[in-house]
Design a protein around this ligand. Structure first.
Ligand SMILES: Cc1cc2nc3c(=O)[nH]c(=O)nc-3n(C[C@H](O)[C@H](O)[C@H](O)COP(=O)(O)O)c2cc1C
Length: 201
């Protein structure tokens, strides 16, 4: 079976710059032999974590919304691609709320000490982070990366690689930067190839 990759778009602009980079990454992972499912997170209908704490002793969330299928999908996936613009120096709100709802995984792993992901599978899984920011400041990705590292630990899909490009307010159109588009393709191709090889043993 081909490796399963989930590709999250954190931007609401489906034809925007983040989306262009994600398409390159999806192409790279697909050409490496993976099945890729793209999810436009801002279009999902779900609530933020309400701290009901049902997940302290249950394997899912009590809030019945679009998040529910992702608790199983994130167990099955072999790799993750997250593509997000910087918003207010961090992960955009909808995507951040999506990540927060993985408190279900946090409780299993850190409170009950029974991660949903067996160690052998964790050792194979990998996450690629793609991000762009408008501003030309040195710490543009710090907030997002802190969140990404925490999220990758919680879901047991280790942070493996990144493609980052700030100064988008000047660049405007990412397709004028073929080296960044190529990097998104190459990193995803590399990640997909590594996962495929590891699964084949
Ligand atoms: C609500 C909002 C907040 C933003 N905050 C930041 C920020 O803190 N730092 C930054 O570098 N860019 C910020 N930006 C700019 C975006 O990161 C930039 O325009 C990016 O290229 C948008 O990607 P897209 O084409 O996929 O929408 C912000 C944009 C929006 C809409």
């Amino acid at each position: 079976m081909p490796p399963k990759i989930i590709a999250l778009l954190g931007s609401p602009r489906v034809g925007g710059n983040t989306a262009h980079l994600l398409e390159q990454a999806i192409l790279g992972a697909t050409e490496a032999g993976c099945d890729v499912e793209k999810v436009v997170v801002p279009f999902l209908k779900f609530r933020p974590c309400m701290e009901i704490f049902h997940c302290v002793d249950h394997d899912t969330c009590k809030i019945q919304d679009d998040m529910i299928p992702f608790y199983d999908k994130f167990r099955e996936m072999d790799g993750l691609i997250v593509a997000a613009p910087v918003m207010t120096m961090g992960i955009p709100g909808a995507l951040k709320s999506f990540m927060d709802r993985f408190q279900v995984y946090y409780m299993a792993k850190y409170e009950r000490h029974q991660s949903f992901i067996p160690k052998e599978h964790r050792d194979i899984r990998k996450t690629l982070f793609i991000s762009i920011g408008g501003m030309n400041v040195p710490n543009d990705f710090e907030g997002s990366k802190l969140t990404m590292h925490a999220f990758c630990d919680i879901i047991d899909c280790p942070y493996w690689g990144e493609v980052l490009r700030n100064d988008m307010d000047t660049i405007k159109d990412i397709t004028t930067r073929p080296e960044v588009m190529q990097a998104a393709y190459d990193r995803a191709f590399e990640m997909g190839t590594l996962i495929k090889k590891a699964l084949e043993g």
